[in-house]
Design a binder for this molecule. Structure first.
Ligand SMILES: Nc1ncnc2c1ncn2[C@@H]1O[C@H](COP(=O)(O)OP(=O)(O)OP(=O)(O)O)[C@@H](O)[C@H]1O
Ligand SMILES: [Mg+2]
Length: 370
């Protein structure tokens, strides 16, 4: 799919801007602090209903303005659809084809995006919560129903945790714990079921991608660290029986610590390059490339699961990569609509620009070259 048109009103430093991107390569060129990342953020907002930079919607309003509006026209095999987002104060409305959505989950999958920004390095470098977030976000784009299971799981988890906390003060009700355990198991098992399947496919694509980017020098292995053990693609009932037993066996520890020590909220992905853990031992460049391969692998995963390529958003990526890696990325994404930000044109990019559009971004005003 691709974004045919984008309109912004009072979004960040944009007063009123319309844009007709190319269906291939789109370069956002400009000095620092001109609005390049803001534009990437606007496209991401259309795809997920939330910014990746802030959880506070009112920060997105142009200073001094009280309403903002974004509209995107998205083209895919089945035709074109419009996505509109309006924010007034802390009130947000999202419409698809003119119909207002009642739940955020209804937006998922309407415009699929893969974003890579400098923050993505955290995916390999930082704690497991970043990798869990990665798994969840990717699965949600492909299978929006996963979002409801995840929110259900998190709700039950926090109720179970407050019960455990109460029990430390001597006010526990064991019958209620049984109820939460049953629900936690039902939601947890479904999360694991999807994670097992998607991560296996994603690691296959990530491995291929990484080998291409590194010219066959590096072998990337992304493995799902599942809380019920390292088995692949089990049935729901197999997962359920192991989940139930494990949850039981952790009970003593849960009562002692006042939190739930077992479950998908404690899972992780291991990321190895040529057999070593890149998180601990990888160089900065290796970590960046591993994160990039993991992210870019979503492109093929989304395509194979939904039949449509996602839109690729690359913020500040090129300046951080060596020429070989830049060449590979720009040379291999011909079928994917790509938005890429940079402060100056490099030779590699100039070559690609022939087949796309260059947008000059200057103090919240975008002009096209030529
Ligand atoms: N809510 C807002 N209203 C008006 N201006 C804003 C708002 N939020 C951010 N800005 C301004 O937008 C400007 C551009 O930000 P942006 O992050 O898009 O820059 P950039 O072009 O990506 O720069 P860099 O090359 O440094 O990454 C910033 O200088 C900031 O002051
Ligand atoms: Mg920026």
């Amino acid at each position: 799919m691709y974004l045919r048109e984008l309109k912004l009103k009072n979004f960040r430093n944009y007063k009123e801007q319309a844009l007709n991107p190319s269906r291939g390569f789109n370069l956002l060129l400009g000095n620092n602090a001109q609005g390049k990342t803001n534009l990437i953020e606007a496209i991401y907002l259309l795809s997920s209903g939330r910014s990746y930079r802030t959880p506070v919607d009112s920060e997105l309003l142009r200073w001094g303005a009280d309403t903002l509006y974004i509209k995107g026209a998205v083209v895919e095999e089945g035709g074109e659809k419009s996505i509109e987002i309006g924010i007034r104060g802390s009130n947000k409305r999202v419409k698809v084809n003119g119909v207002q959505l009642s739940k955020r989950g209804e937006l998922f999958g309407k415009l699929t995006t893969v974003i890579f920004s400098p923050d993505e390095l955290k995916l390999v470098k930082e704690g497991p919560n970043y990798r869990r977030k990665f798994m969840d976000q990717e699965i949600i784009q492909i299978k929006p129903a996963y979002y409801y299971v995840l929110t259900g799981y998190n709700k039950v988890l926090s109720q179970r945790n407050s019960l455990l906390k109460d029990s430390m003060k001597g006010r526990a009700n064991i019958d209620t714990l049984e109820v939460w355990d049953k629900q936690l198991t039902e939601y947890g098992v479904r999360l694991i079921y999807d994670r097992q399947r998607f991560i296996k496919r994603l690691s296959g694509f990530a491995k291929q991608m990484h080998s291409k980017i590194t010219n066959g020098q590096e072998d990337l292995e992304v493995t799902y660290q599942c809380c019920v053990g390292p088995k692949e693609e089990e049935s729901l009932s197999d997962i359920r029986s192991r989940f139930g037993k494990r949850l039981q066996s952790f009970r003593g520890r849960d009562f002692k610590t006042g939190v739930t020590n077992f479950g998908p909220h404690r899972e992780d992905l291991s990321v190895n390059v040529n057999g070593i853990d890149v998180r601990k031992y990888g160089s900065q460049g290796q970590q960046r490339t591993a994160a990039l391969s993991m992210k870019l692998s979503e492109i093929e995963l989304v395509k194979s699961e939904t039949g449509e390529y996602p839109v690729l958003l690359l913020d500040d990526v090129m300046s951080e990569l060596d020429l070989l890696r830049q060449e590979y990325i720009l040379g291999n994404l011909a079928r994917v609509q790509t938005f890429i930000t940079c402060t100056h044109l490099t030779g590699v990019m100039k070559k690609r620009c022939d087949k796309g559009k260059v947008f000059n971004v200057n103090s919240g005003i975008i002009t096209t070259e030529g």
